[in-house]
Design a protein around this ligand. Structure first.
Ligand SMILES: [Ca+2]
Length: 253
């Protein structure tokens, strides 16, 4: 009987393997959690850009958004490698969580918007001065206020190129609060990036009170030792085709 199984099943399976692609069962409903350091994941990129100079802070332990006491503005860039989500998946939700490390004069409940970025940018390895809040001179390829990649490519608009309509808005609380951005706009962004990973330039976090003195917040970055940024994505059944490894019995077994 075993030999018969080989004859009847193995050959068609091998033929499919030669065809290069085996249609698999629909992807089961699933939740994907992206956070640096969890299950070996290291796909978060985040940095800050500073309106007053060509500084950056890709390796700082925090990312900054809002306007400081000197009336200089910061914005945070965040990109998440989603390549573990199978192509063809249907995204039903996406939730980004950031934890506030520090809040200017501890103001709470200030709305911040997330917008889809439309140009590639560099995270870099610069550690910012002043616990990250003032950045440090950018290296070649780092994102700054003027450049998506320092000394290589400028943004079309200083401060970053992004979709004008916010993908999500959330109130950001005082120090210690974990804020979440979610909703259909976020899910649509992630769906677009699963469908076309080359267009995944992430989000930019912008304060709705830019220009108001000392409303800047510091959020823990992916380099922090605790409370790192987290993206949770849920998917439902989708028509997925991918290469799979199948144990094909050897002839004579
Ligand atoms: Ca970073």
């Amino acid at each position: 009987m075993k030999r018969q199984w080989s004859s009847w099943i193995a050959l068609p399976v091998m033929a499919l393997l030669f065809a290069g692609c085996i249609p698999t069962a629909p992807t089961p409903p699933g939740t994907y959690i992206f956070e640096d350091g969890v299950d070996g994941y290291a796909g978060f990129a985040d940095t800050s850009i500073f309106s007053e100079n060509e500084y950056s802070g890709g390796a700082s332990d925090g990312i900054f958004s809002g306007t400081n006491a000197q009336l200089n503005t910061r914005r945070a860039l965040i990109r998440v490698d989603l390549s573990s989500i199978p192509a063809g998946s249907v995204v039903t939700s996406a939730t980004l969580s950031l934890t506030v490390e520090r809040s200017g004069e501890n103001f709470g409940n200030l709305p911040f918007t997330l917008h889809r970025v439309t140009r590639a940018w560099g995270e870099g390895r610069v550690v910012g001065r002043g616990e990250g809040g003032f950045g440090a001179p950018a290296d070649e390829g780092d994102a700054t206020w003027i450049a998506s990649r320092h000394r290589e490519t400028t943004w079309t608009s200083p401060g970053g190129d992004y979709a004008p309509e916010a993908s999500a808005t959330a109130a950001s609380g005082p120090a210690g609060a974990t804020d979440t951005w979610s909703g259909p706009g976020m899910a649509a962004d992630v769906q677009a990036w699963v469908d076309n990973p080359n267009a995944n330039f992430g989000w930019i976090l912008i304060s709705t009170q830019e220009g108001a003195k000392q409303r800047v917040k510091k959020f823990y970055s992916s380099e922090a030792t605790r409370s790192r940024p987290r993206l949770v994505v849920t998917i439902e059944n989708g028509a997925v085709s991918k290469l799979v490894n199948i144990l094909v019995p050897s002839p004579g077994e």
